[in-house]
Design a protein around this ligand. Structure first.
Ligand code: SAM
Length: 257
């Protein structure tokens, strides 16, 4: 991700507030993410499990982990996202350690430190090409302890590219007495080709006035097999892979030998 992308996420607090601002602490604690990874989290039982959320965004997953008693470090390349993560964890009365760091900077900060590294919510796609993606994942592997697990969750780019999807429409959401209609406008150019998504939120006020919030992000779609190959090449054993060609999302667990 280059600096331009970093700036893009630095301007996205409206999206995270609309999606997560109204959640109460119990809802965050019961986030689906926790149930999804319950078995993995419970598999490290011999000592206190150390966890890194390497693309923490507004901190919703890191805060959910902390609310479930886990010790969490949360990093993100975007200063604004890390600020939101600090505010979100504070609002829900838990503490997480946060750093503004890109993936390639992680090994200079933490050597073989974590049992689990999460890279979730479709983050790794913000690598410009296959080489950069491999370097980014390599950095995450370097901060794993032996027998540690890297979790990558991504959209199914093959499906999205094959459908040549142009729009994704989401259900209406509410936050602070306003309603939001989110829409993603995809500008795809094929697998391993740089692409763009324009994120549009129509904000509807109580008097029906409409404001538009928008931002563009760049990303580079990749295939499932290339992700699996990269993870294997970096010494990970694939212990879980939920890929299904007809599903929009999948996640892969790679365990360090
Ligand atoms: C789609 S968001 C996902 C955030 C969060 N995990 C979620 O599910 O809501 C992707 C995040 O990855 C971060 N990111 C992108 N490139 C990065 C990089 N090279 N190093 C660290 N973080 C990066 C962005 O700043 C952004 O917060």
């Amino acid at each position: 991700m280059d600096n331009a992308d970093k700036q893009d996420y630095d301007k996205m607090n409206w999206l995270y507030n609309a999606f997560y601002g109204d959640m109460d602490t119990e809802q965050v604690q019961r986030l689906e993410f926790i149930e999804k990874h319950k078995n993995l989290l419970q598999s490290y039982t011999d000592k206190e499990v150390t966890i890194l959320d390497s693309a923490c965004g507004n901190g919703v997953q890191a805060t959910a982990l902390a609310l479930n008693g886990y010790k969490v470090t949360a990093t993100d390349i975007s200063k604004e996202m890390v600020k939101l993560a600090n505010e979100f964890s504070k609002k829900h009365n838990v503490s997480i350690s946060t750093y503004v760091k890109g993936w390639v900077e992680l090994p200079s900060l933490f050597q073989r430190r974590f049992d689990i590294v999460f890279n979730v919510g479709n983050s790794i796609v913000h690598s410009q090409n296959e080489v950069e993606r491999k370097n980014n994942i390599s950095s995450m592997v370097q901060v794993l302890k032996d027998k540690g697990t890297l979790v990558i969750e991504t959209r199914n780019w093959e499906k999205i590219v094959a459908e040549n999807k142009r729009f994704t429409v989401y259900d209406k959401i509410s936050y602070l007495n306003k309603e939001y209609i989110p829409m993603y406008h995809w500008k795809l150019n094929g697998i391993e080709q740089e692409a763009e998504v324009e994120i549009l939120f129509q904000e509807i006020w109580e008097d029906n006035h409409v404001e538009l919030y928008k931002n563009s992000l760049s990303f580079t779609p990749f295939t499932h097999i290339s992700l699996v190959d990269t993870m294997k090449t970096l010494g990970l054993n694939i212990i879980k892979d939920t890929f299904d060609k007809d599903c929009d999302w999948y996640m892969i667990y790679g365990k360090k030998a």
